[in-house]
Write a protein that binds this ligand. Structure first.
Ligand SMILES: *[C@@H]1O[C@H](CO)[C@@H](O)[C@H](O)[C@H]1NC(C)=O
Ligand SMILES: *[C@@H]1O[C@H](CO)[C@@H](O)[C@H](O)[C@H]1NC(C)=O
Ligand SMILES: *[C@@H]1O[C@H](CO)[C@@H](O)[C@H](O)[C@H]1NC(C)=O
Ligand SMILES: *[C@@H]1O[C@H](CO)[C@@H](O)[C@H](O)[C@H]1NC(C)=O
Ligand SMILES: *[C@@H]1O[C@H](CO)[C@@H](O)[C@H](O)[C@H]1NC(C)=O
Ligand SMILES: *[C@@H]1O[C@H](CO)[C@@H](O)[C@H](O)[C@H]1NC(C)=O
Ligand SMILES: *[C@@H]1O[C@H](CO)[C@@H](O)[C@H](O)[C@H]1NC(C)=O
Ligand SMILES: *[C@@H]1O[C@H](CO)[C@@H](O)[C@H](O)[C@H]1NC(C)=O
Ligand SMILES: *[C@@H]1O[C@H](CO)[C@@H](O)[C@H](O)[C@H]1NC(C)=O
Ligand SMILES: *[C@@H]1O[C@H](CO)[C@@H](O)[C@H](O)[C@H]1NC(C)=O
Length: 265
């Protein structure tokens, strides 16, 4: 199975620590079920009494001491150490793992936050339905206009299109947020209307073809062959069968009655 790993980089730059000190940290988006690599990008040298920790929301995930390491109870089965440095892989992230991840070096003179990431775990977006609103199609020789609704489990947007033979203008349907960091957007592209449901880690879309909406009433529906067969051929067939049967029975009656009358007399 394909496994993706999202990388975090520890940058040992003082100005970065300061600029990120108060902020929520660099945003990182992870697809639910994937792994997160907490990568150290510079050699960390710990003094005898120094510690290096990866934390989530201030609680330890793992703490490295001068010659040992300890994984917090909540993370024992979920942490891997890919290499012989302070990099850590956190496995199988769930929505509840969203939070602020920090790399902290603890020394006698205090704690230094070396990196800060605002990790958000998102699931795949749900499928969307794109439908033409009932009775919204209106058209004349030069233009056609209609309204579509695109709906997901959580929200919906409407958008009205007015099309001439070459182009369509659109009203409404711009990117709008249902749940945070999730977007619904209706747009047009090469003769189609597309509704795109997306978040930071996935997207799904549905398409309808503009011609199918606007030319719906142009062509009379093609004659359906079934009623023709039923309405014309069946009666003829039945009449033919009745006729053949009738002839057959008649000739049989004539044949069987003539010798009878002959022998009786
Ligand atoms: C971890 O960071 C180092 C230094 O930036 C980089 O060379 C390395 O490719 C990163 N590791 C992974 C697995 O991306
Ligand atoms: C830690 O190991 C990773 C994977 O081999 C490597 O990319 C990274 O550069 C190493 N970090 C340091 C500081 O050596
Ligand atoms: C472990 O998880 C529980 C529940 O999620 C939480 O209450 C507790 O503080 C966590 N413990 C540590 C050491 O992070
Ligand atoms: C971290 O804190 C945020 C916001 O308070 C919370 O939504 C999230 O679930 C927490 N993450 C963990 C792993 O406790
Ligand atoms: C580092 O961890 C060790 C063992 O858990 C502890 O005794 C020590 O006080 C810690 N050092 C610092 C600077 O916090
Ligand atoms: C749209 O119209 C059709 C027939 O006019 C009707 O069967 C259908 O239930 C309507 N749909 C909605 C969502 O109103
Ligand atoms: C067709 O309809 C559009 C808008 O509904 C209108 O602007 C246009 O003038 C109409 N054209 C004709 C030929 O009726
Ligand atoms: C999409 O349409 C199908 C069939 O009409 C329906 O079962 C499903 O619940 C709809 N999904 C959404 C997200 O509206
Ligand atoms: C979208 O259109 C539907 C049906 O016409 C209507 O019920 C709904 O309120 C509209 N929603 C918005 C956000 O305009
Ligand atoms: C849908 O939106 C996502 C995120 O903005 C984008 O990457 C993707 O290409 C879009 N898909 C379509 C079919 O427009």
């Amino acid at each position: 199975m394909k496994s993706f790993v999202t990388f975090l980089f520890v940058v040992y730059e003082l100005y970065l620590c300061e600029s990120q000190g108060i902020s929520a940290g660099t945003p990182v988006f992870v697809l639910k079920g994937e792994d997160l690599l907490l990568n150290v990008t510079k050699t960390v040298v710990l003094g005898k009494f120094d510690n290096f920790s990866w934390k989530c929301n201030k609680s330890n995930i793992v703490r490295f001491t001068f010659n040992d390491k300890g994984v917090s109870a909540n993370y024992t089965r979920r942490v891997e150490f890919p290499v012989n440095n302070y990099s850590v892989i956190l496995k199988n992230l769930q929505e509840a793992d969203s939070g602020v991840y920090t790399a902290v070096v603890a020394t006698d003179s205090g704690d230094e936050t070396e990196a800060k990431y605002n990790v958000k775990v998102q699931d795949r977006v749900s499928p969307v339905n794109l439908t033409v609103v009932n009775n919204s199609v209106s058209r004349n020789s030069s233009s056609c206009s209609f309204t579509v609704t695109c709906s997901s489990q959580d929200s919906h947007i409407n958008s009205t299109f007015t099309c001439d033979t070459r182009t369509c203008s659109q009203e409404g349907g711009e990117r709008s947020e249902g749940i945070p960091d999730t977007f619904l957007q209706v747009h047009q592209s090469s003769g189609s209307i597309i509704c795109n449901h997306s978040n930071r880690v996935s997207w799904t879309d549905t398409t309808i073809i503009i011609k199918d909406v606007c030319h719906q009433h142009d062509v009379p529906p093609p004659p359906n062959p079934v009623p023709i067969i039923l309405g014309v051929f069946f009666p003829i067939l039945i009449l033919a069968i009745i006729g053949v049967l009738w002839c057959y029975l008649r000739t049989r009656t004539i044949r069987s009655s003539s010798p009878d009358s002959g022998s009786n007399r």
